[in-house]
Design a protein. Structure first.
Length: 64
């Protein structure tokens, strides 16, 4: 797991908590912010996934 994957995962979890808190308090603004944070986290995790794939492909292409 690289930094982007970890940060993305944590941001996603924080967004879920924020959305849930918004649901419990009836705050649509808090819910929306939580959903946005989740989306940002998923994108960041995806960037990390792509970096891992690229690094693995680079490692496989190197002569042994």
């Amino acid at each position: 797991m690289n930094k982007d994957q970890l940060k993305g995962h944590l941001k996603d979890l924080a967004g879920k908590a924020q959305q849930k808190l918004g649901e419990m308090t009836g705050s649509r603004e808090l819910q929306a912010k939580g959903m946005l944070k989740q989306a940002q986290g998923k994108v960041q995790k995806g960037v990390g996934d792509v970096k891992n794939i690229a690094r693995d492909a680079e490692d496989e292409s190197k002569p042994r």
